[in-house]
Design a protein around this ligand. Structure first.
Ligand code: NI
Length: 279
């Protein structure tokens, strides 16, 4: 039986291999006018699962609402380093409550952003550590945002993330850092950067990453891949990321899609995904 929500008549598995969009922000105002259309296009392009990721309390609540509404959506809840000052004990208690929902699969996105520095760094570090401790308490995976803070992110993960499933989203380190992450047992998610003219570093990471540790994402509405760079991004374009990763690895795109889908399901515990995929 195919579930009605997967719009099976428009899914063309032979041209669009099933793939998981492991990081998007479809709750944002940017999709207020056409959210359903954006979701429909993604399903048509082969997206069989979406992880909508919170970046503050409000967006975490909205992410959970999307996951309630759509059976192919899961949510992550967390406070981004830009909003670090929001990470009060009360806010963390709220995240703990939200996490009780079965479709909340991770704490994220959390981490450090030393590129834009929208929050003082000591506050960023404190919010990051607190949420890692929350994830450990809840035994949930974590989705990490790291911008120009590689060494410190890895140091804090080593100190606070023992036993946790760690996904480094929108990975911006080099192949040496990726190797270090592999050694630590972490997962890496790649997005539009692998398609950019100046994305050589991301392509080097794609080339060396085993598929059982690699996730695909778009970070919509940000970071739209070539040839749509600069536009509002959307999850359908995760197919462009899959295609580029396959090209870099010299592999069939169907294999990259299949294996990264398995990896996403395993890393994030996307229960029900396999049933829908084979439906
Ligand atoms: Ni994001």
């Amino acid at each position: 039986m195919r579930p009605e929500t997967a719009e099976p008549e428009s899914l063309k598995p032979e041209t669009a291999p099933p793939v998981v969009e492991t990081h998007c922000h479809l709750d944002l105002e940017a999709y207020a006018g056409d959210r359903r259309e954006v979701i429909r296009r993604a399903r048509q392009a082969g997206v069989v699962g979406f992880v909508n990721v919170g970046f503050n309390l409000e967006s975490s609540v909205r992410s959970v609402a999307l996951a309630r509404e759509h059976p192919d959506f899961w949510a992550a809840v967390g406070i981004h380093p830009h909003d670090a000052r929001e990470a009060s004990p009360e806010a963390l208690a709220r995240l703990r409550d939200l996490s009780a929902e079965a479709r909340v699969v991770a704490i994220g996105e959390i981490g450090l952003d030393y590129y834009r520095d929208l929050s003082p760094r000591p506050e960023q570090r404190e919010a990051f550590r607190r949420q890692l401790r929350l994830a450990r308490e809840l035994r949930k995976p974590v989705i990490i945002h790291d911008r120009d803070a590689h060494d410190e992110v890895l140091k804090i993960l080593e100190e606070e993330a023992a036993g946790l499933t760690v996904v480094l989203h929108c990975f911006s380190g080099d192949a040496a850092m990726a190797a270090r992450c592999l050694e630590m047992g972490y997962f890496i998610a790649l997005g539009g950067a692998v398609t950019f003219g100046n994305g050589q570093r991301a392509r080097e990471v794609a080339a060396m990453m085993p598929l059982d540790r690699l996730l695909l994402e778009t970070d919509s509405p940000y970071l739209s891949p070539d040839p749509c760079r600069g536009q509002r991004n959307e999850p359908a374009r995760v197919a462009l990321v899959a295609r580029k990763v396959a090209e870099v690895k010299g592999m069939d795109v169907a294999r990259v899609a299949r294996d990264t889908t398995r990896t996403a399901a395993r890393a994030l515990g996307l229960s029900g995904l396999a049933a829908r995929r084979s439906g």
